[in-house]
Design a protein. Structure first.
Lengths: 578, 342
């Protein structure tokens, strides 16, 4: 590469501020970044770090307040027309017209990019084959699955054969199989067409596939390097611990006390820790004696967590004060689902579902969008009647006593159903009264929520203005207001950054340790590791039920001796299809 | 900025496909106008017809019967007779009748002897508009009957002045003749402003505008891509309304059709401009719809002179109506339809 060839992307001291209701928000602060031609760069970082702003600036949708942005040598301030010809930009929701068909969407973008009629046909064919959408050209974009929408969005962006591809969270809410295909397409573009790619992502395994990873936090670049270098910093710092006397949850809560342990997460039956040094801290005898230690490989997420923790030193969370659940009926299965079907007109959303959940278990429902997870959840909460089959929650048949069962259930939905224009205090007041708490008990519970979830300083701010992690905290506090025996969490961590996710799972673990049964849906495969047992659902059917270890076990093959949860999932889905 | 025909064609085609597939925009563009036209053409009538009138006649004479028959023959009234005032008043309280005509026992003498004979008329004034109409009709019929009587009997009625009514422009005094043309302004506001504001807000809401702006498309193309389809749709709405007005409701079109269309084009451009302006402020469909209804649709309905006479509004409100584009268009429409090119 010659020195005088202009870089695909060159940010020099770029600042961007927004004013939102009289407040000025600094989205980017004096940020400088360059990208080499024909490379793939990932932007990672917490929610609200400025990743989307950065991409929009690069696409020329925003102009910087100060500093200079050049795309292939063209300044975005003056040459937006030239730049738009060279780039392809896919926003977070893919920018598709849902009421147009696949072919109509492609034609529209071909018109907008001035693709000549002669070029159009073979490029369409090419892209349709590559994305596997050939059979669906007449289907409305709105009727496609999440993964297909995302591939169509990408196809529309690739029509003009852009030299720089900007993708904003291209794989949020997309199942693992589609994600893998998306990466195949991106890599094909890079190799065959020499495209340069800049994308933002919340998935570490995606960042790991890139040539360079840029960690953005609070409008600044915290670090940028190759994935290998990031991980190399932490090699030898990671261990997997198991204790013969303590459960993995008890062990994890004991480990919080050690300052040298930067991070600890549950992984299957063991606890995975990242240490400040290349050795474990000195444990007291009762821990040390029964400890099984094995070294673990450092991951990209470990590197980011430790970098972010260094920047935002958080006081270790106090363990949740909970009343231990001691229910009179000691039936082992708190939730029992037998042969449950659910039809929506001609469409069967859930087929012959069977599973049961024990008290104090964290039970996961894994699957792509449209697999029937949310439908199952809504049936379990008594929001939706079953078409066929038996369903009992906390020993109550939902068909006969839905209200009675609901009193024992706490529910936190995907979108955190809070009232955005009520303050934190008002939300707490409302939910406590909605659960029928009165007088002294109500006061106590609200105080408990404020203390346990560290909400004191935000009591009077509108809950809509809180960062996502805080919203999630508040939503969980509201769901726990009436001390439910069972907690339903529907995609609780989607879009939430790794730090807030850690905090969330620490709380969930404490709840489970105190006898609360937790049912959780997620499409983050690594989160499946935090569950005791899980079911994998595909198109309304259960493919497998078991512990994370068991599910990974089935996917062991010669070329993949140690499969990740994601690989195990893909393996199962593919086995099912063949 | 150079306009590319290919990009513009793509945008316009896209917009039409979206209109065709989206039931809500089809409803605003086609169903609502037809519904409004039918409602105002058939349902809403500001004319008083078959108004029930209560009669209390203290002494029946041939004269009183002839007077009552004069009302019975008119299509505006329906006669109900009561034996005394108390009964008639009760009927009025139950809203069975809109007015009471009370003929005292000296009615005969009054008519023949007095210079200015009088009868007692009590009108239910709750609905001021109807009350005004009814009292006017009764008075008219009364004078007419007196005239008639004078001619037949050769009695000089020195004090009464004969009125010969001539109503111009809308000789049958049919309210649909001025409601239906005025409605065209409302319908075009609906398509031009409400629909445009909402579809633009939808592009914001769904993030499609973001993807579109990142393509080589330029501002003028985006604007034209929205204006052209809704302009065509708005003109379609206008032609539909004119067609329904002339052929279904038989409203006379006395002025030039071309002049009417030209004025329609001007008004539609104003409405489209307002719609696009609203979409700058409102980036979700709900807010855009609310704003469009409050600042464009309701004024076009209430302050344009479409139903409510501007002349009888308080002066402040009258001054305000000068800001409403629909006011001028309604006046143009009513003039062109009913009185011709002036």
């Amino acid at each position: 590469m010659t020195a005088n060839r202009p870089l695909p992307l060159d940010f020099q001291h770029v600042s961007k501020t927004f004013s939102i209701e009289k407040r000025t928000v600094e989205a980017l602060k004096q940020l400088s970044l360059t990208i080499e031609e024909n490379s793939v760069t990932a932007l990672v970082g917490p929610d609200g770090a400025g990743k989307t702003t950065l991409l929009r600036l690069a696409a020329g949708l925003y102009l910087p307040n100060t500093g200079q942005i050049r795309i292939f040598g063209y300044d975005t301030r003056q040459y937006s027309d030239q730049i738009h010809v060279m780039i392809g930009y896919m926003p977070q929701r893919f920018g598709l017209y849902e009421d147009l068909t696949v072919a109509e969407n492609l034609n529209l973008y071909a018109d907008l990019h001035h693709v000549s009629m002669a070029d159009r046909q073979y490029r369409f064919d090419d892209l349709m084959v590559m994305t596997g959408l050939s059979a669906f050209t007449d289907r409305l974009a709105g009727k496609l699955s999440g993964g297909m929408k995302q591939k169509l969005g990408l196809a529309c962006t690739l029509l003009s054969e852009p030299r720089l591809l900007l993708l904003d969270e291209p794989s949020v809410g997309v199942d693992p199989v589609s994600r893998r295909e998306l990466w195949r397409i991106i890599q094909h573009q890079v190799k065959q067409k020499g495209t340069t790619v800049l994308l933002s992502t919340a998935y570490m395994d995606e960042a790991e596939r890139c040539d360079k990873v840029v960690l953005v936090d609070d409008g600044e670049i915290l670090a940028q390097d190759t994935p290998e270098h990031f991980k190399a910093h932490l090699s030898g710092h990671c261990f997997r611990l198991q204790h013969t006397r303590l459960t993995h949850r008890q062990l994890q809560s004991r480990l919080h006390a050690f300052e040298d342990i930067i991070d600890s997460i549950i992984q299957g039956e063991s606890v995975r820790v990242v240490c400040r040094q290349t050795k474990l801290p000195d444990f007291p005898a009762d821990i040390a004696e029964h400890l099984k230690i094995s070294p673990a490989e450092a991951g990209l997420e470990d590197a980011f967590i430790s970098l972010l923790r260094r920047r935002h030193p958080t006081t270790p969370q106090p363990p949740l004060q909970l009343n231990h659940i001691n229910s009179k009926n000691h039936a082992l299965d708190v939730i029992r689902v037998e042969q449950v079907d659910r039809w929506f007109g001609q469409f069967q959303a859930v087929k012959k579902l069977n599973f049961s959940v024990k008290r104090g278990e964290i039970f996961g429902l894994l699957g792509a969008n449209g697999a029937g997870k949310t439908t199952t959840f809504r049936m379990l909460c008594g929001l939706l009647p079953v078409s066929n089959g038996q369903l009992s929650v906390a020993g109550v048949d939902l068909r006969t006593a839905a209200a009675k069962a609901r009193a024992k259930i706490g529910y936190m939905s995907q979108k955190f159903s809070l009232y955005a224009n009520l303050s934190v205090q008002q939300n707490l007041d409302f939910f406590s009264s909605a659960y029928g708490l009165k007088n002294q008990r109500r006061k106590q519970r609200i105080q408990w929520a404020v203390e346990q979830f560290d909400l004191k300083k935000d009591l009077n701010s509108n809950s809509g203005d809180l960062p996502l992690g805080y919203k999630q905290r508040l939503a969980m506090a509201c769901a726990l207001m009436h001390e439910p025996e069972i907690l339903f969490l529907d995609e609780p961590t989607s879009g939430v950054d790794p730090l807030a996710r850690r905090e969330f799972w620490a709380r969930t673990n404490q709840l489970a340790a105190n006898g609360v049964t937790v049912l959780v849906t997620t499409h983050f495969m690594e989160e499946a590791e935090y569950c005791d047992r899980l079911v994998i659902m595909v198109q309304g059917e259960v493919l497998m039920t078991g512990s994370p270890a068991e599910i990974k076990q089935q996917a062991i093959t010669a070329e993949c001796p140690e499969p990740t949860m994601e690989q195990a999932f893909i393996h199962l889905v593919e086995k099912n299809q063949s | 900025m150079k306009i590319s025909r290919m990009r513009l064609k793509g945008l316009v085609l896209k917009e039409f496909l979206q209109i065709w597939r989206d039931p809500s925009s089809l409803a605003i563009a086609f169903v609502l106008p037809v519904f409004l036209l039918l409602l105002f053409g058939y349902g809403v009538s500001l004319d008083a017809k078959h108004v029930p009138i209560g009669w209390v006649i203290e002494k029946t004479t041939p004269t009183s019967s002839s007077f009552m028959a004069a009302f019975g023959h008119s299509e505006y009234f329906e006669n109900h007779q009561y034996s005394n005032m108390a009964e008639a008043e009760r009927a009025m309280q139950y809203r069975k009748i809109n007015a009471i005509i009370h003929l005292r026992s000296d009615f005969n003498r009054q008519v023949f002897k007095q210079n200015s004979p009088a009868i007692q008329v009590i009108v239910d004034g709750i609905d001021a508009n109807t009350a005004r109409l009814v009292s006017g009709y009764i008075q008219g019929t009364w004078f007419e009957w007196l005239n008639h009587l004078a001619i037949i009997k050769g009695i000089p009625l020195s004090q009464t002045v004969g009125i010969q009514q001539r109503i111009w422009y809308n000789s049958q005094v049919l309210s649909k003749n001025f409601l239906v043309p005025g409605l065209i302004a409302v319908i075009m506001t609906l398509i031009g402003a409400l629909l445009t504001a909402m579809v633009m807000a939808r592009e914001w809401e769904r993030g499609t505008l973001e993807a579109m702006i990142a393509t080589p498309v330029n501002l003028i193309e985006v604007l034209l891509g929205k204006l052209i389809p809704y302009f065509i749709l708005g003109m379609g709405g206008m032609l539909l309304s004119i067609g329904m007005a002339v052929f279904l409701f038989e409203v006379p079109l006395r002025g030039s059709l071309w002049l009417l269309l030209l004025c329609g084009v001007l008004f539609l451009l104003v409405a489209l401009g307002m719609g696009l302006l609203i979409s700058i402020v409102a980036k979700n469909q709900f807010v855009a719809g609310q704003i469009a209804i409050i600042v464009t649709f309701l004024p076009a309905f209430i302050l344009s002179g479409f139903i409510f006479d501007i002349g009888s509004m308080p002066e402040v409100v009258q001054g305000f109506t000068f800001l409403i584009a629909a006011r001028y268009f309604v006046a143009i429409l009513q003039t062109l339809f009913l009185s011709g090119d002036v």
